[in-house]
Design a protein around this ligand. Structure first.
Ligand SMILES: Cc1cc2nc3c(=O)[nH]c(=O)nc-3n(C[C@H](O)[C@H](O)[C@H](O)COP(=O)(O)OP(=O)(O)OC[C@H]3O[C@@H](n4cnc5c(N)ncnc54)[C@H](O)[C@@H]3O)c2cc1C
Length: 590
């Protein structure tokens, strides 16, 4: 089956519960014991100096091999929240299987001391698919990046360049699970370490000690927990690539620029955002409302893998902002043509009723006799309010009425030239100014699009997709999306198109056409030659990045791609798999 299909198939652990402790039948080993929290403190938190590092009041990046039931993650979060600081904790982990919610609930029951984390954990740890999942625990200032899949696949498919401050090696017993301790894994740990990165494991096996030592770690055998004689802990003593905070300019305050600015600021950089107009988001991201919709085909084309992971990423991300501007209603697709029918048949085979359901017995859509698929995640949003929320961070300053013209770069800096001969110099530049990007790439084209606003139905509760979409009533208007005009002379409203869109939706709801003339908004979409967005380094300039060409899915793509660019600048883990990131390189058309 295809990659997008495969991504939605999840395997759960084969378990036997003994005295409320989970025993893995896959690895023939116990996940944890009654005194697991003390053991985690002894084997992982203390040797990795987690408490000291938290008190440094800065960002912390921890990598882990073996997520298990997430107990190391939760113990670290407990410490992080208790000794709260202003930094961001990035916790990156790999596991080939994930426990079910019911199984994790048993863990919270067993370790009552973690109960204050339970609500936030379940609020944010959803939904899950194979590959890279990013979960935002915004009340704790913690981000969890969980790669679900084989460890060797993870190593091959992650984007290089990220650096961890500490590593927890927590696979099962090396004899039962040798791949978790293989040379490939030890090489991976070394590659993603800086001078002073620490590592620890419950194991004291000689080959692990030798393997880490050969790769530049100073490893010690330490007293083991309780009856175990020893465990290993060490420090990397080679290259010094620790993260340094930079001055970054971002041009354009649409969803692309605001997302990049947000993630850069969270990673500790000083960000200056430049917008040509008096108001932020004055391009396509200034539409009155937008839908967050998950239309991905279940095949192996990169665009579908991107559509799938960016949709779930964006849903978690917007939710984590705790902003009233995201309406997480779910989203319905009417079974209106053969193509959709086939798609729905494939979705049914996945048995993921946590993600989508195929009947509307409770009339959740508000659409009478709905037939199709309802996604439980996604919905619609107020784009300008979302963008305002993204750029509230204290590390971001917003400069309006700055018309960016061009830049010069040297290996260590980049100078921006603005209208009126203003010049400003930064360490990095992110170009995210929508239609303005056609001056920087020959592979982008513009298309005019219109939304039509009319009162059609006050009964629908979520966006309904068929030929285009209709959104729930807001301020007396249902916004209907959207028209496409690839050849256009001006941005005047095309009234015939508006009328067609309104008539189509009215017929669909068996309603009379509204008498009032539809309200409208015409904007520009930017689309690349191969329909994939552009996200990555700009030509040979190592300190200039380009982010755009988001087509008609700006609110799916913007958040994950902004994070990707921030991760390249920050040596952090990218939420994009390498194969996808490569297919978005701005230079790919050469
Ligand atoms: C009619 C229509 C309906 C749509 N519906 C949806 C939808 O429902 N869901 C969805 O996900 N997507 C939708 N889209 C697509 C989405 O709106 C875009 O993909 C997205 O807004 C693009 O974001 P951006 O940040 O790349 O560009 P923009 O939003 O265009 O932002 C670019 C910003 O850069 C500024 N700028 C430009 N030039 C300069 C310069 N020289 N110096 C400084 N600043 C500059 C602009 O003023 C603007 O604020 C729709 C698009 C259209 C046209």
């Amino acid at each position: 089956m295809s990659d997008a299909y495969h991504k939605l198939t999840l395997e759960t652990h084969k378990l036997k519960w003994e005295d409320d402790l989970p025993f893995s039948l896959d690895s023939n080993d116990i996940f944890f014991q009654d005194d697991a929290l003390d053991e985690i403190e002894h084997v992982f938190l203390e040797p990795n100096l987690i408490l000291n590092r938290i008190s440094e009041d800065t960002n912390l990046a921890i990598g882990e091999v073996g997520f298990g039931f997430g107990l190391n993650f939760l113990s670290t979060c407990k410490s992080w929240v208790k000794n709260s600081n202003n930094g961001l904790l990035t916790f990156f982990s790999i596991d080939h299987k994930v426990p079910t919610k019911i199984e994790i609930k048993r863990l919270f029951k067993k370790f009552e001391i973690l109960s204050d984390l339970e609500d936030e954990f379940f609020e944010s740890f959803d939904p899950i698919h194979k590959g890279i999942n990013k979960f935002f625990f915004s009340n704790w200032n913690v981000e969890l990046i969980l790669y679900v899949g084989d460890v060797i696949d993870a190593i091959r498919s992650l984007n290089g360049g990220f650096i961890m401050d500490a590593w927890y090696l927590d696979g099962f017993d090396p004899k039962a699970n040798p791949v978790m301790w293989s040379n490939d894994v030890l090489d991976f740990i070394k590659t993603h370490s800086h001078k002073n990165t620490t590592v620890s494991t419950f194991s004291a096996a000689g080959f692990i000690r030798r393997g880490l030592t050969e790769r530049g770690f100073e490893v010690k055998r330490k007293k083991g927990f309780k009856f175990k004689r020893h465990h290993l802990a060490g420090t990397y003593s080679q290259t010094d690539q620790r993260q340094v905070f930079k001055k970054v300019a971002v041009v354009g305050s649409g969803i692309a620029g605001c997302s990049a600015a947000y993630h850069l600021a969270k990673n500790g950089h000083d960000v200056e955002l430049f917008e040509i107009n008096e108001k932020i988001s004055s391009g396509a991201s200034g539409n009155p409302l937008a839908a967050l919709y998950p239309r991905f085909n279940l095949n192996e084309l990169p665009i579908n893998t991107l559509n799938l992971s960016s949709f779930f990423y964006a849903d978690r991300f917007f939710k984590s902002l705790n902003s009233e501007a995201y309406y997480r209603t779910g989203i319905g697709f009417l079974n209106h043509d053969k193509r959709t029918e086939k798609w729905i048949e494939k979705l049914k085979m996945l048995n993921r009723d946590d993600l989508f359901v195929f009947n509307d017995e409770k009339n959740a859509t508000g659409y009478e006799n709905f037939k199709g698929v309802i996604f439980n995640h996604g919905g619609y949003l107020d784009p300008v309010k979302i963008n305002e929320c993204l750029i509230k961070h204290k590390n971001i300053s917003v400069n309006k009425k700055y018309e960016f013209k061009s830049f010069d770069s040297t290996p260590s800096s980049v100078t921006l030239h603005f209208q009126d001969s203003k010049e400003l110099t930064f360490d990095y530049l992110v170009l995210a100014h929508g239609a303005g990007l056609i001056n920087f790439s020959n592979y982008l084209a513009l298309s005019k699009g219109q939304l039509a606003g009319a009162k059609i139905s006050d009964s629908i509760h979520m966006p309904i997709n068929s030929n285009g979409y209709i959104l729930p009533l807001k301020d007396g208007v249902n916004w209907i999306g959207s028209s496409y005009e690839n050849q256009f002379q001006n941005m005047n409203i095309n009234k015939n198109k508006l009328q067609e869109m309104v008539e189509f939706q009215s017929d669909q709801f068996n309603l009379k056409n509204p008498q009032n003339e539809p309200d409208s908004k015409a904007q520009i979409r930017v689309i690349s030659k191969d329909k994939l967005p552009l996200s990555g380094q700009y030509k040979d300039n190592k300190n200039v990045f380009l982010l755009g060409g988001l087509g008609s899915r700006g609110f799916c793509y913007g958040p994950i791609l902004g994070d990707h660019i921030a991760s390249l600048i920050s040596n952090n883990v990218s939420p994009l798999e390498k194969i996808i990131a490569d297919s978005l390189e701005p230079d790919r058309f050469k």
